[in-house]
Write a protein that binds this ligand. Structure first.
Ligand SMILES: C[S@@+](CC[C@H](N)C(=O)[O-])C[C@H]1O[C@@H](n2cnc3c(N)ncnc32)[C@H](O)[C@@H]1O
Length: 262
């Protein structure tokens, strides 16, 4: 009986000791894992803050690329396969392109960068206004630039030059342009911060940047939300690269015409 009791007690004692040991080891290991994890998590946050202006999200708008800049999701690039959309005859009424080029207030000697030129819809309308200057038609899709080259030859235009840009670099020399125009393009730049920094460097002192974007404030403009921008968002993003807002023209049927200065 006594033996039996002792055996139970020792067994009980053994189990207690064992459990305390296991608990201590578990506690120590958890401590190590938690501190290590904490360090890694901290490093990750610091890296994101220091090296990137962007955030990525797995759940996002199907028209976007899942990458966010200053609270806005970046839209997918319009592929060259859809280029005929840019040349649709109804565009003249819907976007008043002649009103856009007249409002640019250009000098005959100006060098203009048409960034995200597509088929050169705006580049060819600007070219006659800068007879002693030139238009740099920039795009990341060589197929778009092939069309610009074809139309140049076809229409004997001599002051439009094509430039193949990179997703994060407009490929323009410093202090080389008087004005940069972006029509329906900026919202789909994959690296808007780097593109705008490159563009600001390329602008001459006092140079201007004009953005034409569909008005997101108006819900009954039937354009996909990621392909529209509010004035507030555009100003925030341009101010971030040191540009100063000059004015917004509201003369277009559906788009903002926003002017910034270096
Ligand atoms: C919707 S289209 C507009 C074309 C033209 N601006 C127009 O209004 O007819 C947008 C164009 O921007 C170009 N694009 C997108 N990201 C770009 C970038 N980082 N640099 C230059 N072009 C870019 C696309 O390849 C596409 O041709």
């Amino acid at each position: 009986m006594i033996l039996n009791k002792l055996f139970i007690n020792s067994k009980y004692l053994f189990t207690m000791k064992h459990s305390i040991k296991i608990l201590a080891i578990t506690f120590f290991l958890s401590f190590l894992v938690i501190t290590n994890f904490g360090d890694n998590a901290q490093a990750l946050v610091s890296e994101n803050n220091l090296n990137s202006y962007y955030r990525e999200k797995a759940i996002h708008n199907p028209d976007g690329i899942g990458k966010f800049y200053m609270g806005r999701e970046i839209a997918q690039v319009m592929g060259h396969q859809a280029m005929m959309w840019l040349e649709r005859p109804s565009r003249v009424k819907e976007e008043r392109p002649q009103g856009v080029v007249e409002a640019l207030d250009l000098k005959p000697t100006d060098t203009v960068a048409d960034l995200g030129t597509g088929t050169g819809y705006f580049a060819f309308r600007i070219a006659p206004l800068v007879p002693q200057g030139k238009v740099l038609a920039i795009d990341i899709q060589p197929e778009m630039l092939d069309v610009v080259e074809f139309l140049k030859t076809e229409n004997q235009v001599t002051n439009v030059e094509t430039v193949l840009g990179k997703v994060d670099n407009p490929n323009l020399p410093p202090n080389s342009i008087d004005l940069a125009l972006m029509v329906d393009a900026y919202h789909e730049f994959e690296y808007p911060r780097e593109m705008m920094e490159g563009l600001v460097t390329a602008l001459k002192p006092g140079g201007r940047v004009v953005l034409v974007e569909y008005r997101k404030e108006n819900p009954i403009i039937f354009i996909k939300p990621l392909h529209k921008m509010t004035q507030r968002q555009v100003k925030k993003e341009m101010q971030a690269v040191g540009l100063t807002w000059n004015k917004t023209g509201n003369f277009l049927p559906q788009q903002h015409f926003m002017v910034f200065e270096k």
